[in-house]
Design a protein around this ligand. Sequence first.
Ligand SMILES: *[C@@H]1O[C@H](CO)[C@@H](O)[C@H](O)[C@H]1NC(C)=O
Ligand SMILES: *[C@@H]1O[C@H](CO)[C@@H](O)[C@H](O)[C@H]1NC(C)=O
Ligand SMILES: *[C@@H]1O[C@H](CO)[C@@H](O)[C@H](O)[C@H]1NC(C)=O
Ligand SMILES: *[C@@H]1O[C@H](CO)[C@@H](O)[C@H](O)[C@H]1NC(C)=O
Ligand SMILES: *[C@@H]1O[C@H](CO)[C@@H](O)[C@H](O)[C@H]1NC(C)=O
Ligand SMILES: *[C@@H]1O[C@H](CO)[C@@H](O)[C@H](O)[C@H]1NC(C)=O
Ligand SMILES: [Zn+2]
Length: 466
Amino acid sequence: MHLVPRTLLLGLLAGTAWAQLSSYESFLDVVSEWPPGPGAPLVPQQPDSELTAMMAEIDPARIKAIITKLVSFGTRNTMSTQADPLRGIGAARDWIASEMRTFAATSGGRMTVTVPGYLQEPSGNIIQPTVISNVVATLKGSTDLNRIYVVSGHYDSRVSNVTNFVDDAPGADDDASGVAVSMELARVMASHRPAATIMFVAVAGEEQGLFGSTFLAGTLANASANVEGMLNNDIVGSSTGDDGTKDPFNIRMYTQGIPSSETFDQITSRIHIGAENDSPIRQLGRFVVEVSSNAVTQMNVQMVYRPDRFLRGGDHLPFIDQGYPAVRFTEPHENFAHQHQDIRVVDGLQFGDLVEFCDFDFNARVARVNGVALWSLAQAPGTPKNLTMNTSVLTNNSTLTWTGDPAAAGYEVVWRASEDPFWTHVIPVGKVTSTTVLLSKDNAQFGVRAVGANGFKSPAAFPFTK
Ligand SMILES: *[C@@H]1O[C@H](CO)[C@@H](O)[C@H](O)[C@H]1NC(C)=O
Ligand SMILES: *[C@@H]1O[C@H](CO)[C@@H](O)[C@H](O)[C@H]1NC(C)=O
Ligand SMILES: *[C@@H]1O[C@H](CO)[C@@H](O)[C@H](O)[C@H]1NC(C)=O
Ligand SMILES: *[C@@H]1O[C@H](CO)[C@@H](O)[C@H](O)[C@H]1NC(C)=O
Ligand SMILES: *[C@@H]1O[C@H](CO)[C@@H](O)[C@H](O)[C@H]1NC(C)=O
Ligand SMILES: *[C@@H]1O[C@H](CO)[C@@H](O)[C@H](O)[C@H]1NC(C)=O
Ligand SMILES: [Zn+2]
């Protein structure tokens, strides 16, 4: 954020104040404070007392117990046995579902657990007919049942050979760590009442080609479900990189730019108005950075402008393909000797995704990042719909119009310089469905967010032209 106004810059330059600028960087910092405009600097919204208390209940010891239990099933390769009560993916699935049911028992009937699955015929790395099942714990929204947020990790695991369903594949970090996030959040949120619906999910078939998440996203899309955010946690259990670097207070969040679901015409319109960096995915990312980087999570969320790491993919991608905003969390420094590897020692180096390499305190902080984001999403009104920028006449103002939502107590216009990553300014506009801001739409990016009577604010919508 750059807080030196341009007027000050002009004053500095006029006064030949070059000497006051200590470096080239500080000059760049000053010049990028553009354009000047109305509103106050955006102050990040903070968790309320209910959310803060819930996040304090997230327990590293429980995360350790979940990961240790999942590792105890030997292999969770998607094609491993589903008949053995102690070994293989079937036993892991049944254990996750039974734990979720114990959490649901505290919900007064508002949380239900299902295990939707289907038979996948051989395809790609699925080399034999395989039932692929997801575990889905759904906590029904108390006022906005049909608006849904999803948090997910994958419970399948693998060794070096992705079709080897026999050898031990502990998958502690990849991705028992992500399943632990879904399960801990289900446990602490089950007895609370979110306004919108939250789904706590563990999917299978990720390693062979995102089969479980493709099935879940497809099922939701076929039901015309209004999924306004999906958080994928995959490899969130270790804070130590392969060079020994420890980075326990940062978490990477991958956010795709242009949604894969958009048509050529939609992409053309997006490029035409400079909205490449303003997709619903990026707005979800900005929202997570704003609400989840604070003292309650003790984490910095590092937003990356990329769908995923190079050569990698994850369960957020099928959601993006269906037009849903979805992001991926992954630890900041990966150790590739501990992912997708047979358990072995080579020249004194231990390979394999073993529980001994996990950092449960870090994993708990990642769960809090997800929990604060999810709860803040579910307690706020939905993202404003059908937001448009009026371009019918040439003016130096920006007139925004959107559809009113009875759940919103009011709205805020947010804006930033087009080259800034995050919203920098906020203008409360009250309970209206149209407003004119005295700042040219040619010079800044604008968004509108809804504010609930409880103070929770939605992610921003970005206007298209009308
Ligand atoms: C991988 O595992 C499958 C199933 O066990 C086996 O058929 C195949 O030969 C293995 N591939 C390699 C390269 O070892
Ligand atoms: C969604 O609907 C399409 C079209 O009817 C169908 O082909 C597809 O199998 C459905 N997907 C799921 C996951 O049910
Ligand atoms: C948004 O606009 C579309 C197309 O005009 C319309 O079908 C839809 O109902 C509108 N949504 C809302 C929430 O007003
Ligand atoms: C856009 O603004 C013009 C001029 O004020 C007005 O006549 C028109 O109705 C507006 N269009 C929309 C879609 O609101
Ligand atoms: C917009 O502002 C510019 C100066 O920034 C001015 O030259 C122009 O006349 C204004 N346009 C209108 C329609 O007022
Ligand atoms: C819009 O901008 C013009 C100058 O471009 C100004 O004269 C006018 O008062 C503004 N309209 C509103 C509603 O603020
Ligand atoms: Zn993974």
